[in-house]
Design a protein around this ligand. Structure first.
Ligand code: TRP
Length: 455
C-alpha cells in the first residue's frame, strides 16, 4: 500500500502490528538500550525504563494510534483536523523536525551495523578485546567511510519509500523479526554461560538505589522509552492512519509495546554477561561503541562465530531499515500532504537534507575535532543529536500528545475511537487517568528536574 494514489490500509491487524513493531524494533533496542543501561547504572535504569514504558508510553501510544485512525492524516493535518483554528498543528511540525534530526544520526549507526556484517563475517574484526576496541576506534575515526555509509543507508531508505513497498515491509518484517528474536535467544543462552557472566547479570538485574538520586538517569530512561517505541513524533500516528476500524487499537498497542520491550530486554542479556566476561570492562565508559566492541568478543567464543556475527549484524541492519523507513515517512508524507509536492520531490529533498545533517555526526567520532567534542558542550555532535531529539523533543512531543488527547480532543472522543466496532479496551478509567494525570505530571517533572540540574 502506498499513499501515492489513495491512502491504503494494512492488510490486517497483524500487518499493522508488524509494521509498527518493525518501526519500533531497531537500533534503539539493540544498540541504544544496552548503551543507556551501561551509562545509567544498570538495573536502576532498567526499572525506571520499564515504569516509563508501561505508565507513560503505552497510554500515549494508544492515543497516537487513535488520532491517526480517526483523522486518516499525517501529524500536522491530524492535529489541525481535531483542533481547527488552533496551534496544535505545531506539535505535528515538531514531529516532522524530529524525524529529520533522528534519522540524521540513526543513519550513521545503521551504517556501522552494515559495515560490521562484512567485518564479522570475514573475520576482519578479531583478536583480543583491545584489538577489537582499536578496530572500532579506527573504523569510526575515519569519518569519510561513516559518512558514505550513512548516506548509503539514507539512499536505500529513500529507494524503499519511492518504491512504495509498504506491502514489502509487512512481508520482510514477518520473516525477519522472528529470526532476529531467535538469534538473540541463542546468543543470550551462550552469553549467560560464559565465565564471569554472573557479574554482568548482577549489574543488569540488581538495582543500585543510590542512582535514583541522579536525574540524568530519569531523562535518559524516559527519552529511551519514547525512542524505542517510535513515540512522541507522530510516527505511530501516521502508521495508525492506515489502520482499519475493524482492528482493535488497545490490543495492537500492547502487542507493539510487548514485542519492543522483550527485544530490548533480551539484548541486555547478551551484552552485559559478555561485557563483564572481559577483564577491565567498564559499562559506564563505553558510549556508542558498546555493541560493536563487546559482541565480536562473543562471536570469537562461539563455534561458527563468523556466521553468527554476520547474521546478527545483517538482521540488525534490516531491523534498522524498517525503522529508518518509518522515520523518513513522517517528513515525506508531510511535504506531500501539506506542501503539495510529488512524492519523488519530497523524498529527494528530505533525504538530501538529512544526508547533509548526517555528516557532522559521521565525522564526530574522531575524524574532526570540533564535531567530536563540541566547544563548551563537552559532548560530540552525535551525542548532542541524541540529547536534543531523544531526551527533549520526544518527551515534549509525548507530553503535548497526552495533553491533546486527554484535554483538547478529550478522552471521551478518544475512547469512542478506541472502542470502535466494539473492540477490546481494558480498564478505560485507568487509561484516561494515566493519560490525563500521570503522563503529563511525570514527563513535566522529569523535564523540569533535568533543566534545573543544568544550572
Ligand atoms: N524505534 C526505533 C528504534 O528503536 C527508531 C525509530 C523509528 C524512532 N521511528 C521512530 C524513534 C520515531 C523515534 C520516533 O530503533
Amino acid at each position: 500500500m502506498s499513499p501515492t494514489s489513495s491512502r491504503g490500509m494494512w492488510s490486517s491487524r497483524a500487518g499493522f502490528i508488524l509494521a509498527a513493531a518493525g518501526s519500533a524494533v531497531g537500533l534503539g533496542n539493540i544498540w541504544g538500550f544496552p548503551t543507556q543501561v551501561g551509562q545509567g547504572g544498570g538495573a536502576t535504569f532498567v526499572v525506571i525504563y520499564l515504569a516509563c514504558i508501561f505508565l507513560i508510553c503505552a497510554p500515549i501510544m494508544a492515543g497516537e494510534i487513535a488520532i491517526g485512525r480517526r483523522t486518516g492524516l499525517s501529524p500536522v493535518g491530524a492535529f489541525s483536523a481535531l483542533a481547527p483554528g488552533r496551534r496544535w498543528w505545531l506539535l505535528g511540525a515538531l514531529g516532522v523536525l524530529a524525524g529529520v534530526g533522528i534519522l540524521s544520526f540513526y543513519s550513521v549507526i545503521a551504517g556501522w551495523a552494515v559495515a560490521y556484517v562484512w567485518f564479522t563475517a570475514t573475520g576482519a574484526v578479531s583478536g583480543s578485546p583491545d584489538d577489537i576496541g582499536r578496530f572500532f576506534a579506527e573504523f569510526t575515526g575515519s569519518g569519510l567511510i561513516s559518512a558514505f555509509l550513512a548516506i548509503l543507508v539514507i539512499g536505500i531508505t529513500a529507494g524503499v519509500l519511492l518504491g512504495g513497498v509498504r506491502a514489502g515491509i509487512e512481508r520482510v518484517t514477518k520473516l525477519l523479526m522472528p529470526l532476529l528474536a531467535l538469534l538473540l535467544v541463542a546468543l543470550a543462552v551462550r552469553a549467560v554461560t560464559l565465565p564471569g557472566a554472573g557479574e554482568g547479570l548482577a549489574y543488569y538485574l540488581r538495582p543500585d538505589l543510590s542512582r535514583l538520586a541522579d536525574v540524568g538517569v530519569f531523562t535518559s530512561a524516559l527519552g529511551q522509552a519514547f525512542f524505542s517505541l517510535s513515540l512522541g513524533m507522530g510516527c505511530i500516528l501516521t502508521y495508525g492512519s492506515y489502520l482499519s476500524r475493524q482492528d482493535g487499537i488497545a490490543a495492537s498497542a500492547l502487542w507493539i509495546v510487548a514485542l519492543d520491550t522483550s527485544i530490548a530486554l533480551l539484548a541486555g542479556f547478551i551484552i552485559f554477561p559478555v561485557g563483564f566476561s572481559i577483564a577491565g570492562f567498564d559499562p559506564t565508559a563505553s558510549g556508542p561503541g558498546l555493541i560493536f566492541t563487546v559482541l565480536p568478543r562473543l562471536f570469537a567464543e562461539m563455534p561458527g562465530g563468523h556466521l553468527f556475527g554476520g547474521a546478527f549484524f545483517l538482521l540488525l541492519s534490516v531491523a534498522a531499515l524498517t525503522s529508518t523507513i518509518s522515520l523518513l515517512e513522517v517528513p515525506v508524507s508531510h511535504c506531500v500532504d501539506a506542501l503539495g509536492w510529488t512524492r519523488e520531490k519530497a523524498v529527494a529533498a528530505v533525504a538530501g537534507a538529512i544526508s547533509v545533517l548526517a555528516i557532522p555526526s559521521a565525522l564526530g567520532n574522531g575524524a574532526v575535532g570540533v564535531f567530536t567534542s563540541l566547544p563548551g558542550l563537552g559532548m560530540g555532535f552525535l551525542d548532542l543529536m541524541v540529547t536534543v531529539w531523544n531526551e527533549v523533543a520526544l518527551p515534549v512531543g509525548g507530553l503535548l500528545t497526552a495533553i491533546f488527547v486527554g484535554r483538547i480532543w478529550g478522552v471521551d472522543r478518544a475512547l469512542e475511537e478506541l472502542r470502535a466496532e466494539g473492540r477490546w479496551m481494558p480498564v478505560p478509567e485507568l487509561w484516561s487517568f494515566l493519560l490525563r494525570w500521570v503522563c503529563p505530571a511525570a514527563i513535566a517533572m522529569i523535564l523540569v528536574a533535568a533543566l534545573a540540574a543544568l544550572f
